[in-house]
Design a protein around this ligand. Structure first.
Ligand code: ADP
Length: 303
């Protein structure tokens, strides 16, 4: 399966240009769409799921044209929207049964088998009789993924699925996605949480203000930040100056003041050493430093 996006633009009726000439290919596997709030991720997801029209550009699903072959493309898609809602009055199994009905699974027996398969897949079998409205936040999100994978779609799109989940549920959700992933399926995971991507996706795109800024593997992004990520010990006085000049990744109180992880090209006059960057460091480097053209950060001041 392959999605080809060419020169995609979206201008909202109020004139806001939410996607600017976005071009990329998405191949089978777990694909991470990363970017801060307002980057254009949801707009792109909605266009890809046919819920919203684009202004110009071309999108193909294995050769099927989004402008012409909408019906055929619809059968390929499963979608978990950010604001996933379900009917309050249904039990967990009834909701999946209902969703299976609308996606065209005919026959009581076939539906029952599909509902059981999905309940097991997302770990909700033992909660099948519970009212869906009474499930925990994480379970509701798993119910959402269950309805998105009814009928084994070839393209599964999930928008900010782990926001608000506790760490254990977040890991559980990621594991379900990894489990669904195979050579013939594209899973697009849109998120502003770097941790969601680092543990699951082998392919990443980074959107910022509607523009595609990076496309590659998480390792490529990490490589770009190498030798720009530092760990430094400093007094509180120095920290007050440093934090105005450089993106700070983390701070821990230490004997002399603070142990700080930060992004910079060079640091002078303080005790600092390079760190082995991870994807979170790389994301901060890329968004808050590289894309900002290192504004005001390389002056020949104290540090
Ligand atoms: P993300 O999902 O990355 O947070 P969105 O796609 O939701 O980003 O939004 C991208 C930009 O488009 C934001 O600046 C947002 O305010 C704007 N936007 C989203 N929907 C509309 C709309 N219906 N009308 C006008 N502007 C919109």
């Amino acid at each position: 399966m392959k999605i080809s996006i060419n020169n995609l633009n979206k201008v909202y009726p109020n004139g806001h240009h939410a996607l600017k000439d976005v071009s990329m290919e998405i191949n089978s596997g777990m694909f991470g769409l990363l970017g801060p709030n307002g980057a254009g991720k949801t707009t792109l997801m909605k266009i890809l799921t046919l819920l919203q029209d684009h202004t110009s550009g071309d999108i193909r699903y294995d050769g099927l044209d989004i402008n012409k072959d909408r019906k055929a493309i619809r059968t390929l898609l499963g979608y978990l929207p950010q604001d996933f809602r379900f009917f309050d009055k249904l039990k967990t199994w009834e909701f999946i049964d209902y969703a299976a009905g609308i996606s065209g699974i005919k026959g009581k027996r076939a539906r029952r088998d599909e509902v059981e398969r999905l309940l097991n897949k997302v770990g909700l079998f033992e909660f099948r009789e519970r009212m869906a409205s009474k499930l925990s936040g994480g379970m509701k999100r798993r119910l959402g993924i269950a309805q998105a994978i009814i009928g084994n779609p070839k393209v599964i799109i999930v928008d900010e699925p782990t926001t608000g989940l506790d760490p254990a549920e977040r890991i559980r959700f990621r594991n379900i996605l990894s489990d669904i992933s195979n050579n013939d399926v594209i899973i697009i995971l849109s998120t502003h949480i770097v941790g969601d991507i680092s543990s699951t996706c082998n392919d990443v795109a980074l959107l910022n203000k509607g523009e595609l800024k990076f496309r590659g593997t998480p390792e490529d992004l990490i490589e770009m930040s190498r030798s720009h990520v530092w760990q430094a010990n400093m007094s509180d006085k120095d920290f007050q100056i440093i934090k105005e000049k450089y993106p700070i990744i983390s701070t821990i109180p230490s004997k002399e003041g603070w142990e700080v992880q930060l992004v910079a090209d060079q640091l002078r006059n303080i005790e600092a050493r390079h760190m082995e960057p991870n994807l979170e460091h790389a994301y901060v480097y890329f968004m808050d430093y590289y894309l900002k053209d290192k504004m005001n950060m390389n002056s020949k001041d104290l540090f």
